[in-house]
Design a protein around this ligand. Sequence first.
Ligand code: G4P
Length: 525
Amino acid sequence: MTSKLEQDILSRRTFAIISHPDAGKTTITEKLLLFGGAIRDAGTVKGKKSGKFATSDWMEIEKQRGISVTSSVMQFDYLGKRVNILDTPGHQDFSEDTYRTLMAVDSAVMVVDAAKGIEAQTLKLFKVCRLRGIPIFTFINKLDRQGKEPLELIEELEEVLGINAYPMNWPIGMGKEFLGIYDRYNKRIEQFRTEESERFLPIDEDGELAVDHPMKVTSYYSQAMDDIMLLNEAGNDFSEEKIRRGELSPVFFGSALTNFGVQTFLETYLQFAPAPQPRITEDEQFIDPVEHGDLSGFIFKIQANMNPAHRDRIAFVRIVSGKFERGMNVTLSRTSKSFKVTQSTQFLADDRETVDEAVAGDIIGLYDTGTYQIGDTIVGGKKTFQFEKLPQFTPELFVRVTAKNVMKSKQFHKGILQLVQEGAIQYYKTLHTEEVILGAVGQLQFEVFEHRMKNEYNVEVQMQPIGSKIARWIENEEDVKESMHSTRSMLVKDRYDNLVFLFENEFAMRWFSEKNEDIKLYSLL
Ligand code: G4P
C-alpha cells in the first residue's frame, strides 16, 4: 500500500516550457491552464500588450520593453496529476534565471515555430536540458500557417539539436489547407476546425482512415500517409526508456492559437513525463523524493519586490523530498541555523496565495529578508546536507561599475552583495585596484541591476561597458603570472577569489593559449 504522501508526490509533474521568443510559449501555457481550470479566460497569463498585470516595479522595464522579466510558477490538476509549469523568460535578453529554472524541473517542453524551425535561443536552453539529461518534449506550433515541411522540421530537430525525434502525430496539410493531425500514438485522426462530435476519426488496422470521409481523397491525406509510411519504416522506434533518459524527443504538431492539438499533447505528455526525480548531494548521496522521508529542497531563484508595497524578496524553493507544512522548522544547511517557516507562498499566474502544504516536485516561495542565497539547501529533518552546487553560467557581457556619488560607497557595496547573492548578476574585481566589474548573460540583467540599485539601495551607478568578453577560469592558478594580464586578456577575480581571464575575443584566447601552453583554461556552462 502506498501512503497518501507517496501518492501525492508521484502525481507531480514539474516542467518548464522553453522556446525562442514568439514561438507561442505564452499561448500554449494559457491553453494548458485553461484545460487545467486554473484560469477562465484566455489573455490572463500575460499583460504583454494589455499591461493587465502591471504589479511589480520591474514592470517599468517590462512595460518599456514589452517583455516579461519575471518568471512565475503555475499549478493545476489534470487527469489525476498535479502539474507545475515553470515559466522561463524567453526574450533574447534572457538571464541566468532562465537557465537556473531548468535546474528545478523534471522535464521540458520545447515549443518550435513551424515556419522558423530551431532558433538560437532554443538551442542554448536545449543544451542545458541535455546536460541534465532531462526528457524533452517538442511541440511544433502554428500549423494553421504555412511553415516548413514536417519532414524537414524533424530532420532539423535531429541535426541541429543532436537528439532523436519520434513524431507522436503528423500534420495532414498545413496553413489554409490544414486538415488535422494523424495521431500515431493514439491511433486516430484529429480533425482541425470541426464539430466536437467529429473531432476524432478512427483508423483501421492498416493505418488508413477507417471511415468514408472527404479528407481521404485529398493530396494532403496521401502525402501524410506517405510520410508516415516512411517514418514507420525508416524512423526511430518509440522507446519510453529513451524518452526518460532525454535521448528521444516525442514530437507533437499543433496550433496553440486555435487550441488545436494542445489537449492531445497534454494528455500524452502526462503519460510519459517523469514524476519528481531524486537529486544528488555534495557528498554524492541520492535524495529520493519519497524514500528520504524528511523535507528537503533547494533555492534556485530569488526574486525581489514582486510587490513593491512590501519590498520583499521571495526565494523559490524546489522541494526535492518529503512534505512542507507551514509553521514547520527547517534548517538552512549553509549556516546550520534552524527557524520556523511561517510565511510561504505558492504561485498561480500572477496571483500569490499562501501555501500550507506542498510536497516533493512542488515549488514554494519563502519570504526572504536576506537569509537565502541561490543554491542554498533547506532540510526539515535532523540530518543536514547540501545539494550539489547549481551551475554558474559563463557570462558574456561585462561592465565596469562605480557609484556616481562616492559618499554612497557603503550602500553601493551592500546592494551589489545582495544582488550578487540573488544571482541577478555576477561579480568580479580587478586584481589590485579592486574595481568592480559585473558580468551577465544578457544585457537586461544590467538594466535590472541599475534600476534596482537606484530604487532599492538609493545609489545611482555609473556603468562603463567593456563589451563582450570570453571568460575562462584556470585549473592551475598557481602557474598564472601577473604579467599575463593585458588589455586583451584581462586578469580578474570572481566573487570566490578565483582567477579569471577575460579575453577580448576568440583570437586573443587562442593567441594566449599558444603562448602559454601550460595554463589550463576552462569555461563554466
Ligand atoms: P512567446 O510567448 O513564445 O513569445 O509567444 P506568444 O505566445 O506570445 O505568441 C507569439 C505570437 O504568435 C502571438 O501573436 C500569438 O498570437 C501567435 N501565435 C501563437 N500560437 C500561434 C499559432 O498556433 N498560430 C498562429 N497563427 N499564431 C500563433 P502576436 O500578434 O505577436 O501577439 P498577440 O497580439 O496575439 O498577443
